[in-house]
Ligand binder design. Sequence first.
Ligand code: FEO
Length: 389
Amino acid sequence: MGFFEFSKNVYWVGVKDWSRRMFDALIPLPRGTSYNSYLIVGEKKLLVDTVNPGFEDELKKNVDAIVGLENLDYLVMNHAEPDHAGAIPYLMSLNGKLKILATLKGAKIAQTYYNVPYDRIIVVEDGDGLELGGKTLKFIEAPMLHWPETMFTYLREDNILFSCDFFGAHLAEGFFDDEVEDLPVFAQKYFGEIMMPFKVMGRAALEKLKNFEIKVIAPSHGPIYKNPNKILNLYRSWIEGFTREKVVIVYVSMWGSTENMAHIMSKTLMSEGVYVVEYNLSYADLGDLIKDLVDARAIVLAAPTVLNGAHPLMVYFLYLFNALRPPTKYCIILGSFGWAGGGVKRIKDAVSANVEVLDVLEVNGRANETEIAKIVEFGRRLAKKVKEI
Ligand code: FEO
């Protein structure tokens, strides 16, 4: 049996993708993911979101076992990305009366991506409702979370918010939040990877949600929150960019010199009582690293010069760092070179203007005693700054 009823006449009919290990050819999925699809049964029957391409039959079996796919009246497309909307063409081909509910932008994407004819789309606007007979829905536009067309769906009788990617977590295991001990870690990763660049839109969405009594949050990835305040409070904190006395040290090293500088910095900060996390870019898990950027107050970037520029792994990381817009306030840049420097300057030029670069040091070969003393001095100064707030 691949479904379960978690509120009266409201079913999870999604799919667990235990073996998927990457998303967008970018995000690691160490414990798989789920594509949550929900069936609401009133006099009319409605599906909220679908599943990733390749899992259409599983979704069909689940819906068939409860009401029969041919009896579905509506399909809510909260978000048009294929992991949630990919089964739309299949479902529509098997059920000729099925209508899609989407925002205006969603309607356009549904036509482009999934060839949905316009006469099978019902465009909904913020605050619109839909009466299913015994179940009443309200649609909440929540654009750019994380695509232009995204919206939430609220089920009034059960006080359930279907939030699609917002509040999601890439995890296959667990149906409910209290079953997965480290769910907050995965939720924080997901926030960092997907939602962090859209904090302004996230804040607007949280404001709108204050108008709704929410007893359950049913996202499109990961467990359902029976205790929604936990994730709501975490999102409030992450969206406001609240940071901890925490420094992330991100480095890459070719012959150990830069690594040595990173370690000296790390030890200095720890001796000053600052929480430190180190990542060596040559093998770091990107998801873990992004998770730590969500609430770190400062970053130390350390890389050697390669062919007159910064090491390519650092260049790649800086692209992501700037695009993800973490709430990082301070930065220190360290680097080393063999016969010609310049790497640290490239890093400094590339770091987002929102981050204050406190100190920069580039050494030739391995740091000597004077240079080590400088790193320690930088570290103490950074620790003071990090603790000031
Ligand atoms: Fe889970 Fe934006 O798709």
